[in-house]
Design a protein around this ligand. Structure first.
Ligand code: MRU
Length: 346
């Protein structure tokens, strides 16, 4: 991969600024938890697994400069960093999963003492980042079998290398299929309002030499009806225990269209995206983002001043519209409740 979404470099957290792609490839270095929290909130980094990695690194980098003299004070600062990062974006459960992993790790290693614990937390955040890449490769392998040679696949938003530590989930499955020698064409929904499809999916697939064509979000039905789309594949921000899937706004629309046209609708996600504490999609918190993302594209205003705007960033696709969920430990089909439960019980 010719770019890194996020990495630990020179004791700072380095991220590519996804707000500026594809026009500019700019990297920022962050050394405090506050800076990383802001980067997550303002979408310098986005995509559920990438947000999880950023959370872990944000906590680890911030606590490095702590001058706490006692473990109680150090623990207090650590918890403050966790709290701040936990306030950034509510929908992607990977954020909370990563914070929990860091908290458990902290507690298990308290006896190491403050200075060693700083290094251990850094190592754990880096490990979480590296794990994410290998998990995505396994998702890619598991999902590749579902993608037929010569097929055209629709994807929504960006569930690629940019949305993860690398390789991607939905785009990981496409990469896996291509690596196994299949010919695959991709339609990328532009994904209004933040344009993750037009800007990010198109950018990273083109860099990899994968055949990608961008369409606006309202074109998918037309192309499905004409028989130009063989399958749809998306990532997820949170999957409930019953298999309901929260993902980028517009995903539900794609799933409904796919069912109407008898096209398989696949979801690719790591186990860290599955929230077994939530029984169904109704209780998944849906982030509402600033109205400016809808009213403007960059500096260009599209909507008259004073007009009401809604900007829910995610929607929930009910499990009955999902053909299969592809994870690093295997592929699950209906009944999702039973299948997902099995993954967690081993
Ligand atoms: O608002 P975003 O860009 O963070 O939303 C991202 C998505 O909805 C992705 O599809 C999802 O996080 C899966 S990423 C592997």
């Amino acid at each position: 991969m010719s770019f890194k979404t996020i990495e630990w470099k020179d004791d700072k957290v380095r991220m590519i600024d996804q707000r500026l792609l594809p026009d500019q490839e700019v990297y920022h270095d962050y050394s405090t938890s506050k800076e990383v929290a802001r980067a997550i909130k303002e979408m310098v980094i986005r995509g559920a697994p990438a947000i999880g990695v950023a959370a872990a690194m944000g906590i680890a980098v911030g606590i490095r400069s702590s001058e706490a003299a006692t473990m109680d004070d150090f623990s207090g600062e650590f918890n403050e960093a966790c709290e701040m990062i936990g306030q950034t974006r509510p929908t992607a459960v990977n954020l909370f999963w990563a914070i929990k992993r860091m908290k458990i790790f902290f507690d298990a290693n308290r006896s190491a003492g403050i200075e060693s614990l700083k290094d251990l937390l850094k190592a754990e955040a880096i490990r979480l980042c590296e794990d994410d890449i290998s998990i995505n490769r396994r998702i890619g392998k598991n999902g590749a079998a579902l993608i037929k040679d010569g097929s055209t696949v629709l994807t929504h938003c960006n569930a690629g290398a940019l949305a993860t530590a690398g390789y991607g989930t939905a785009l990981g499955v496409i990469r896996g299929a291509v690596e196994s020698g299949k010919k695959v064409k991709v339609f990328a929904d532009e994904t209004r309002p933040f344009l993750q499809g037009a800007r990010l999916t198109a950018w990273e697939l083109m860099k990899d030499g994968i055949d990608v064509t961008v369409i606006t979000d309202n074109m998918a039905g037309y192309l499905m009806k004409k028989g130009e789309i063989d399958a749809a594949i998306v990532g997820a921000d949170r999957i409930a225990a019953n298999g309901d899937v929260a993902n980028k706004i517009g995903t539900y629309m794609v799933a409904v269209l796919a069912e109407r046209h008898s096209i398989p609708f696949y979801v690719a996600a790591p186990l860290s995206t599955i929230d077994m504490t939530i029984s169904d999609g109704e209780s998944i918190p849906i982030e509402e983002r600033p109205s400016r993302e809808v009213s403007h594209i960059k500096e260009c205003q599209l909507v008259p001043d004073g007009v009401g705007i809604r900007n829910p960033a995610f929607d929930v696709t009910p499990n009955d519209l999902v053909t299969a969920i592809i994870t690093e430990v295997g592929v699950v089909k209906k009944d999702y409740k039973k299948g997902l439960d099995k993954f967690f019980r081993g």
